[in-house]
Design a protein around this ligand. Structure first.
Ligand code: SF4
Length: 279
């Protein structure tokens, strides 16, 4: 999805809130809300499910729906140790306000220390392998603990987010055989405008980085603001080719098939800070 149209809506005037910029509901927005509610109710009834929240716009909508419906679905957040302070502040507010329990999973400290000692703080910029190794330590291992014993998980994946997600279904059972996990994607059909219409009309608390053109928010070193006309996920791992841009959380096992191994010119840490990212 290009955000050029909505970004241009801001014109040259004073900075606008994301709720002002992006609130553009689809014609069938109410039906999509009902579909999402019904799916969450079904997931809760089937039991053994948890919401994986990155505290991004989609995930705050889902947590709000879970709380509004009074569903017995706990929420978990992967606190990688590299999140923006705005995200950490939102995590604190969410834990304080949520009826559903919000559990935080952090990486194993020894593994993080060992990785930094061996490869340095900025290893993720040097190769896809090192970037994925960092994601493995900071995200995948904690994710495994968060999902242990669960039958299913709820995510904020939307078809519109990227080509890799264009075929996301409301319910994904493709990993039941291998991992024993059903994935529920209640916002699969939602547009970015639908997400922000919900946030605006329900008064949902959100990450203020969204007001600064961060549509997709991950770890600080690996996330930057996007420019006019750039794609939705252009600010994530922006030095890598498009089809390499997943951290593993939502990747099914398939080999990388990317130009130059998926690697573009690596940024310097200074370039990262110039684009709004902080180590
Ligand atoms: S997104 Fe970046 S900082 Fe976060 S775990 Fe992956 S490589 Fe490490």
């Amino acid at each position: 999805m290009s955000v050029s149209a909505v970004s241009l809506a801001g014109g040259g005037a004073a900075p606008q809130k994301a709720t002002q910029l992006y609130d553009r509901p689809s014609a069938d927005h109410d039906a999509k809300r009902q579909e999402a509610r019904a799916l969450l109710q079904r997931a809760a009834a089937e039991g053994g499910v948890t919401q994986a929240s990155s505290l991004g716009a989609e995930d705050v909508v889902i947590t709000h729906l879970i709380n509004a419906l009074g569903l017995d679905i706990p929420v978990f957040v992967l606190e990688t140790g590299m999140l923006h302070h705005e995200t950490l502040a939102l995590l604190e507010r969410t834990q304080a306000a949520s009826r559903a329990p919000v559990k935080v999973y952090r990486p194993q400290q020894e593994a993080v220390i060992q990785f930094i000692r061996t490869h340095g703080q900025d290893a993720m910029y040097r190769s896809i392998e090192l970037r994925k190794a960092c994601c493995s330590i900071r995200k995948m291992e904690p994710l495994g603990r968060a999902l242990a014993g669960q039958r299913g998980w709820i995510t904020g994946l939307r078809r519109e987010q990227s080509q890799a997600r264009a075929n996301v279904g409301l319910v994904d059972t493709s990993e039941v055989a291998t991992k024993g996990l059903t994935k529920y994607n209640p916002l699969a059909n939602w547009t970015w405008g639908d997400v922000w219409h919900y946030i605006a009309t329900e008064g949902v608390d959100y990450n203020p980085l969204h007001d600064r053109f961060y549509p997709s928010i991950g770890c600080a070193p690996c996330t930057r603001a996007i420019a006019l006309g750039e794609d939705f996920r252009a600010g994530r791992w922006w030095w890598e080719a498009e089809d390499a841009k997943e951290c593993g959380l939502h990747v099914k096992s398939q080999p990388d098939q990317t130009r130059n191994g998926g690697q573009r010119a690596a940024p310097s840490p200074a370039a990262a800070s110039n684009t709004g990212a902080q180590a």
